[in-house]
Design a protein around this ligand. Sequence first.
Ligand code: UD1
Length: 338
Amino acid sequence: MKILVTGGLGFIGSHVVVELQQEGFEVVIIDNLSNTDISVLDGITAITDKKPVFEKLDLRDKVSVVSFFERNADITGVIHFAASKAVGESVKNPLLYYENNLNTLVYILQELQKKDSAKFIFSSSCTVYGQAHTMPITENAPVQKAMSPYGNTKQIGEEIIQDVCRTSSSLKAIALRYFNPIGAHDSFKIGELPLGVPQNLVPYITQTAMGIREHLSVFGGDYPTLDGTAIRDYIHVVDLAKAHVTALKKLINEAQGPIYDYFNIGTGKGSSVLEVINAFEKVSRQKLNYKMVERRAGDVVEAYADTAKANEFLGWKSIFTLEEALESAWKWEQKMRN
Ligand code: UD1
């Protein structure tokens, strides 16, 4: 079965392509290379012994999208990652985010709607919950007004898909609401490749340990948590990647299932920034240079997943511990720099 992975050379996309190929799916990748490097294709090929078909394509170009689907009429499933994800940038340039994340989604769904049968997996985020009132967060927690245009694109994206699924007899979709993906494939041939200064915690930690950054700034030591730092649910990217394959198979195999559903994808365990730093120091056997600074605007106090729905309906569960995920991120960082 032929599956299109948009943004398939990005951090999460590349790990999903590996899992799909290892499960026997035929994969076509499109990516505009705006936030990754073509060398990721070699990493995927080396791990799986199979080079996926790759086309450099910008999904904002509707004519190219239509032509792509005409040329690849046998594609029956799409896993859609291609999107922008920097919260701060989205506040400064909202229209870029609405164009990149929503126009492209509409163009793809328009093509899928033309088919007799199609499956769609959407890359969503726990950001849709904002600061949830109770922990762990279940899928019943209300979606709250987005704190950034980026977050809004994930909320609107989910609504668009749901609306289309309601009216289409042929399209089935699942949105996966990721918590905080970290780590790298255990071959260390693919991993996270942040361009410029990393915005996310773990790549900032590994770059600091590598000497690329002078110190890590811990954003906020006065949160109402046990040690005063904010809590997140850090999930190994390979666990997250496997969740996509499981969700896709669910859509393929279960004719009777719902036409649209959404799942939290996390470990179910919350870790504070200081706990992450401590765990990193343990696995890397070195002290990390860090300073406590002001809170970062727009950050929530805590967010960790209740994963019961994904466990029950998808039969999926995360396997890796925080230490294992951090160790893989650290090994990847070292390998990448040498
Ligand atoms: C962020 C986005 C989220 C998005 C995700 C994509 C915000 C508010 N949220 O999640 O919408 O889906 O990235 O990957 O930007 N931290 C530090 N120092 C740093 C970096 C981070 O202390 O240099 C702290 C943050 O304050 C936070 C935790 O580490 O408490 C995790 O931060 P990060 O990795 O940026 O992820 P989120 O903010 O959870």
